[in-house]
Design a protein around this ligand. Structure first.
Ligand SMILES: [Mn+2]
Length: 430
């Protein structure tokens, strides 16, 4: 791991919170992700499942966490099963968690090697009535492979068919959506790394650079700051590429006079940051580009103020739609008749702004959070309005990550990343 050791009190508290939401006489199981194959002996870089990470800090393959809060044996109330390691194995396979290091990382005192799992699980299962399994119920999930968690669930429920089954996911969605201060500090750190990348890019961009040159500048800064890299596939979209919402080719040349939309964020310690900025290739916005830019920026500022405890995600989006409609009228992109005759299910503004304004962010870029429940302090959301105008050859999106506060406006984790049009121009021309 490139990141510095995380205060294990985070994981200790997370387990305590999860345990207090469990039914009596139940246990819960969480698995690492697989290492995914490419072909031959090639693999993709390991990416830990965020749930076992959230509850233990264990960032290693083939790990299992078991929580059994009212287990008659006190030492079995929290257990980690890990891949065996020792000095000899470490020479071949690299450094893995020892039992001591696993405790230091997670605060879990009982650590067994994986080969003892079936035997220990048998004892635990005879002592409980319900088993919590971890299914993926994220509103944007779209998974075709069988995960290690899925395989384990299949094995467990087949071997122990008389147990009741309960769902971990709703508990995790609630817990993970409200961030601990330790998490907010890690997310601030991720945003600060993104800021360094963006400032580097502002001093780098000039006509005729290629989109991938810009991607490389970000990566340089991220890796030098203990980030693994991008929190999600970056979008570096010049000119009309910005109007392809999921443009990730990043293989075109940036032409003088065009804008570049960049939707880029560093990860740090598995936490995401998610930023969008739109800058002029030549260092100066045209009059029209600046007019649209300032409209997007105003919508972003006003939308941010609506993120307060008690607000509902769906109603918030309706309000942002009204802000955007009024700006589009001001820009002459919509007229009054367009708005009067609009389809309430697909309002007129959606012609120029067709995606959502905000999503939870945290260990996942599109993080957990139950969208029909009211917003709470310490939830972290993106705010990312955009206006896309293929006919004029540009699209603009601006995005910050903000923390909902108990009172007042949200706290902006990206408050130090330049966003005002004049500020961007000043830096690019310095
Ligand atoms: Mn986003």
């Amino acid at each position: 791991m490139k990141y510095n050791l995380i205060d294990r009190n985070l994981f200790i508290n997370n387990r305590k919170n999860f345990a207090s939401a469990m039914k009596p006489s139940s246990l819960a199981v969480f698995n690492s992700n697989d290492i995914y194959p490419v072909s031959a002996d090639s693999t993709l870089p390991f990416a830990q499942h965020r749930d076992i990470f959230y509850l233990s800090g264990v960032d290693q393959e083939e790990s299992i966490l078991v929580l059994f809060p009212d287990c008659p044996k006190a030492k079995h109330r929290e257990i980690l099963f890990l891949k065996e390691t020792n000095e000899h194995i470490a020479v071949w396979e690299g450094e893995k968690l020892t039992k001591e290091k696993a405790f230091e990382t997670s605060g879990v005192k009982t650590v067994y090697w994986l080969q003892d799992m079936e035997k220990v699980m048998f004892e635990l299962m005879t002592q409980c009535d319900t088993v919590y399994i971890n299914t993926n119920e994220h509103y944007r999930a779209n998974v075709e492979t069988q995960t290690r968690e899925d395989r384990f669930t299949k094995w467990l429920t087949h071997k122990y068919p008389a147990h009741s089954v309960a769902k971990s996911n709703p508990i995790l969605q609630r817990l993970r959506s409200v961030k601990d201060q330790i998490e907010l500090d890690l997310m601030q750190h991720a945003c600060n790394i993104t800021e360094k990348g963006f400032k580097r890019v502002l001093n780098f961009v000039k006509p005729d650079v290629w989109e991938y040159n810009i991607e490389a500048e970000f990566m340089h800064e991220f890796l030098n700051n203990r980030s693994k890299g991008f929190a999600y596939t970056p979008i570096i979209a010049s000119g009309n590429n910005a109007n392809v919402l999921h443009y990730i080719e990043n293989n075109q040349q940036c032409k003088a006079g065009d804008l570049i939309l960049m939707d880029v964020g560093a990860e740090y310690a598995n936490y995401s940051s998610d930023m969008s900025r739109t800058i002029p290739v030549s260092g100066r916005f045209s009059e029209r580009q600046k007019q649209v830019y300032n409209a997007v920026n105003r919508v972003k500022n006003e939308a941010t103020k609506l993120l307060v405890p008690g607000a509902f995600w769906e109603e918030y989006h309706v309000e942002v739609g009204k802000l955007m409609t009024s700006e589009l009228l001001g820009l002459g992109l919509l007229d009054k008749a367009d708005v009067q005759n609009e389809n309430p299910d697909w309002p007129a503004y959606k012609k120029y702004f067709m995606h959502g304004t905000s999503h939870h962010i945290g260990l996942d870029t599109h993080d957990y959070g139950l969208l029909h429940e009211p917003m709470q302090a310490n939830m972290v959301f993106t705010v990312e309005p955009g206006i896309y105008i293929p006919d004029e050859g540009f699209g603009i999106r601006l995005e910050d990550d903000v923390v909902i506060q108990n009172s007042g406006e949200p706290f902006n984790l990206m408050r130090n990343i330049p966003i005002e049009a004049e500020e961007i121009e000043d830096i690019m021309n310095a």
